[in-house]
Design a protein around this ligand. Sequence first.
Ligand SMILES: [Zn+2]
Length: 317
Amino acid sequence: MIRLLDQVLGHHETIEKLVDSFVRGRPGQTYLFVGPSGVGKRKTSWGLAQALLCPQNPRGCGLCPSCLRVGSGRHEGVLQIQPQGPAIKMEQAKEILDFLSLKSLSGNRVIIIDQAQLLNPQTANALLKTLEEPPEGTFFFLIAPSVAGLMPTIRSRSRTVQFKPLSELDLAKRVKAPEWALRSAGGSFEKLAQLQEGPEQDLRRKAAEILALFIKDTDFLLSEIWRPEFKDRQQGQRILSYWLGYLKDAVYLQEGVKSQIVSLDQGPLVKSLAELPRQKLLNWIEKAIQAELALNANRDAQLVMEEFFITSRDPII
Ligand SMILES: [Zn+2]
């Protein structure tokens, strides 16, 4: 049996409210699901599609032919739209309107629009009237990271449902992962999976190695060992974010708030950082945040880091 709503982790209250509104009648027809990626917005949309199409059970029975077809992603009454490249294009609006005009379908219809923030203005305009007043039995689930990137015209026509990050406990129920990864994932399965990928783990280790050298080696800047790692700005951003994590953990360790420490995989490094004067750590944290901002503003990563290392070396106490 595949009842998709049962497979969604967390968000119980949200889901109950939605199912309840479908059962009692007068539900909304256009919903906007917002929240971080990897927390269950798409799964919930498919689960609700199953529920809305099942002839047996208001939550979906998970057993009937309709539920099985939705469960395998192949139901003629469900249309999922995903961006083609950088945008959801005009042809896709047409695909939606064609789907709604199909006479051969009976029963409810569900349209799931993934990454709705990528609806380009023409596409959005072509859909506005339909989103405002969908045909009877038609339900839209729009999925986006936040309401911020969405056109106000879309927002005003939708019922917004906020999906919060999952708890570490929820993540641990589904995925076997080390404690540091669970804590670093920010409540997202997607982030958790990314953290556990080999190349990302290598980068995390590399980040720790470079930071350890930086602490110890007075010739660090000359050694140039750091330079190739900051050739790519995005990689540089990730290294910096790991450093910030290690530095903050060192402060937590000094404070004795062990429950806040994230980088449990880097115990020795965090410990040696925690032996440094507090003022020095805080100074580095501040400088690292500034460097992050500079990288976000597209500045050359190697230049930014050179500046970081030089200014961080200054005697500050
Ligand atoms: Zn069913």
